[in-house]
Design a protein around this ligand. Structure first.
Ligand code: EPZ
Length: 424
């Protein structure tokens, strides 16, 4: 198992290319199941989660091949030979549930393992299932699997009013509604850029969709979808993560492909803390002004609010801020696992339920640390950039699910960071 070793204290200067979004790619890939014709996705990120989705789609009979060093994915679902998404794959990655909508929409039946909880919370899928029920599906939960079928083999358009905002449930319902009979209206829909990207791709495939990016999406079902080629939108969470690197370590870094509209609430917070964020041709430039950053308060919310997926990384920055910051996590109930690890590095953090109070310290100290999820892992790398001495982050397989070549990207800007092979 690999570890990442960071020797803190180096200022960062240079540029970092931002990849296509993991979470967009994971919802675009199942769209292949909706059509017999090929779907080509460019600007795909090269990540283990993408390989897991590839394995899942292949197990259903889809053909998936990675080209151009994995940056282009060619997908084709001429025939679906298996309608069961097995527990062994689904347990590895919750986004596997996103095959349920397309399978049900195309062939009128599917059996998908329930994902179960994970490190950041219970994460039920009831909102996904309620949307399919509203569209006429019959659902039976047996032996840890959802057995779903659409009477007469086709879902029906419906008004689906989500009681709370869910990115995944919005995506699953949107995918399914494209082939349903009649009109579907998704109310209280999620507005994330990944949903806009999915709607744009589905429209290229012939779907009739209006309102994506707002809280009401209307889909007029069609009889069939055709092939398309689509570039995956920029990864706003990778972007935000690397925006924090010069903020925490000092220096100035250009984020190639970065767009402010993808991270507006987060960029506003960085500026409030005293970090400069400027538009440059083809990207964003982030530079720390002189001295320590200031304390700021953060509340995580669905888009366009401050993203939960940047909360851990922001906490790493605020550990070194001048003053007391309060971070409120409102999306997931257990998303402060990075706090005890940051404490090992000399941070001062008090967690009470969903609120963390962070009292900034002058300097963090390197330590051996580990994390149980992706964003927590990268927050420890960011903390390591600012810490005195060596930080060793183990269990980096979490990191490899969502960040490609993190050590190369930061190393190119002057960070002292390397991947070390460890036994076992
Ligand atoms: C997506 O997860 C992302 N994953 C997550 O990214 C991200 O943290 C999350 O959205 C919120 O932005 C992918 O896109 C693959 P939700 P998702 O449904 O869709 C509750 C990362 O680090 N809920 O919007 O699973 C749920 O428990 C990850 O890349 C229900 O109660 O998130 C949570 O509290 C981790 N019932 C809240 O809603 C449901 O049926 C929001 O979850 C569905 C969700």
């Amino acid at each position: 198992m690999d570890s990442i070793v960071i020797t803190g204290g180096a200022e960062l200067n240079g540029s970092i290319p931002i990849a296509g979004a993991k979470n967009a790619c994971l919802t675009l890939m199942p769209a292949t199941l909706l059509s017999e014709e090929p779907l080509t996705l460019s600007n795909a990120p090269r990540l283990s989660d993408i390989r897991t989705m590839t394995t899942l789609l292949q197990s259903l009979g889809a053909e998936v091949s990675a080209m151009q060093d994995g940056k282009v994915l060619a997908l084709s679902s001429h025939a679906i030979s298996n309608h069961t998404a097995d527990y062994d794959i689904v347990r590895k990655m919750r986004a596997s549930i996103l095959v349920l909508g397309p399978l049900l929409a195309r062939d009128g039946h599917a059996i998908v393992s329930l994902p179960g909880g994970c490190a950041i919370g219970a994460r039920p899928v009831d909102l996904h299932l309620k949307a399919f029920e509203a569209m006429g599906a019959t659902l039976d939960l047996r032996d840890g699997y959802v057995h779903a079928s659409a009477p007469g083999g086709r879902l029906k358009g419906a008004v689906v009013a989500f009681p709370s905002v869910s990115v995944g449930a919005t995506e699953n319902a949107l995918l399914a509604a494209t082939l349903a009979k009649g009109t579907t209206v998704l109310k209280n829909a999620a507005r994330e850029p990944e949903i806009v990207d999915l709607a744009q791709c589905l429209r290229k495939m012939g779907a009739q969709i209006a309102g994506e990016g707002t809280s009401e999406i209307t889909i007029q079902g069609v009889d069939r979808l055709h092939g398309a080629t689509h570039p995956v939108v920029t990864d706003r969470i990778e972007l935000g993560t690397y925006m924090l690197a010069p903020a925490i370590a000092g220096g100035s870094v250009d984020l190639i492909g970065g767009r402010r509209d993808l991270v507006a609430a987060f960029a506003d917070k960085l500026e409030e803390a005293g970090v400069g964020v400027t538009d440059i041709p083809g990207g964003l430039r982030v530079a720390r002004r002189n001295g320590r950053v200031g304390a700021v308060n953060v509340v995580t919310e669905p888009f366009p609010g401050f993203p939960t997926d940047l909360q851990a990384q922001m906490m790493a920055l605020l550990c070194t801020a001048d003053g007391v910051s309060v971070l409120e996590e409102r999306i997931f109930e257990n998303r402060f696992m990075h706090a005890p690890e940051l404490l090992r590095m000399g941070a001062r953090i008090d967690v009470q339920g969903g609120t963390a109070t962070v009292t900034g310290v002058q300097r963090l100290r390197g330590a051996p640390v580990m994390a149980t999820d992706l964003r927590a892992s990268v927050s420890l790398i960011l903390a390591g950039l600012a810490a005195e001495g060596d930080t060793v982050v183990s269990r980096v397989y979490h990191l490899d699910r969502g960040y490609e070549r993190v050590e190369e990207k930061l190393g190119a800007c002057g960070a002292r960071i390397e991947r070390v092979k460890t036994d076992g």
